[in-house]
Design a protein around this ligand. Structure first.
Ligand code: CUA
Length: 340
């Protein structure tokens, strides 16, 4: 072999080795919690299997085309004194070949794509659990009309049961997205979008608004808890209970009285006390793991900071800074934590 092609081959090999870390990184991406390469439902698995099919064909085509290109560049490169190559214009066999081949390739891409669209966009199976999802700036509301439950930022579903999600918005366009569960679906004001999925593994999966919706778009997060059916039933039974009523002599009891007299009631619902719908329903806020659109963990220090200065904690939030003194904040925190 001549000196130049060998050098070219060496360079190609070096390029392949340089690209190897990207391939390895692609594999480890599955480990990230928000990875969409880590399917945990029938919907996400259908998309994953489509992606793998398409990537397979793309790789085959890439290798063939680039292989032919590299071969041609080396084999037919200009040499001193070489004659001009013979043109292939008017070669009927070649022209038929390069018309049929792309048509077949497109069929290989189109058929599985359309089948996956039919599979994932159809009506949910009968008996699916209905969940109404409402996007707000900047948190998610989850209502279970059949169960009479309303919660915020954290969605609970039973394992192996179809979940029919009906998605709306209270203000601007958001996009509902749990990467482990399936594709994005927009939450549009005045319109209901639908999707359904059947979760196939127990776990907690993070989600995120996927449509730029204002200054705290990045802070519009959520969590999905996929639980065995009995654990889901226990969660639902707890959520249906009336809110805790702490003894009036306790700090939490003091907090309850404060809540009932404060501006909190204008925006938040606690069953039997208030009926605000601007902010999340707090009837069982103490049972949640996160607050403020899943931005902070639900513990006393974060809750206190959130109540004392929401405007500093979350840019643009509609939650008002009521200028409460620390003792009142502590009482409200104790009360909210009692609402298990
Ligand atoms: Cu809601 Cu971005």
């Amino acid at each position: 072999m001549a000196q130049r092609p060998r050098r070219l081959l060496l360079r190609l090999a070096a390029l392949c080795i340089a690209l190897l870390p990207l391939v390895i990184a692609g594999c480890t991406l599955r480990e990230y919690p928000q990875s969409s390469l880590n399917p945990q439902s029938d919907y996400a698995s259908a998309i994953q299997s489509l992606l793998e099919k398409l990537v397979f064909w793309v790789v085959v085509i890439f290798v063939i085309v680039e292989g032919l290109l590299v071969y041609t560049v080396i084999r037919f490169r200009a040499r001193p004194g070489a004659p001009d190559p013979k043109p292939v214009h008017g070669n009927t066999a070649l022209e038929i070949g390069w018309t049929i081949a792309p048509a077949l390739i497109l069929a290989f891409v189109a058929v599985p794509t359309v089948l996956t669209i039919w599979k994932t966009q159809g009506a949910p199976p009968p008996g699916a659990l209905q969940v109404r999802v409402v996007g707000h700036q900047w948190w998610w509301e989850f209502q279970y009309p059949e169960l009479g439950i309303t919660t915020g930022s954290e969605m609970h579903v039973p394992l192996h049961r179809a979940i029919a999600v009906n998605i709306e918005s209270a203000d601007v366009i958001h996009s509902f997205w749990f990467p482990a569960i399936g594709g994005k679906r927009d939450a549009v004001p005045g319109h209901v979008n639908h999707m359904w999925f059947t979760p196939d593994s127990v776990g907690t999966f993070p989600g995120q608004c996927a449509e730029l919706c204002g200054v705290s778009h990045a802070n519009m997060r959520m969590k999905l808890f996929v639980e065995p059916p009995d654990a889901f039933e226990a969660w639902a039974a707890q959520q249906k209970k009336p809110p805790a009523e702490p003894d009036t002599s306790t700090l939490a009891g003091h907090g309850r009285a404060l809540f009932a007299q404060s501006a909190c009631i204008g925006c938040h619902t606690i069953d039997g006390i208030s009926a605000g719908i601007i902010g999340p329903n707090l009837t069982h806020i103490g049972s949640r793991t996160s607050i403020a659109g899943s931005m902070f963990p639900n513990d006393a220090p974060h809750l206190a900071k959130w109540i004392a200065q929401p405007d500093k904690e979350k840019p643009g939030t509609l939650m008002l800074n009521l200028g409460l003194p620390p003792d009142q904040v502590d009482a409200l925190v104790a009360y909210l934590q009692s609402l298990k």
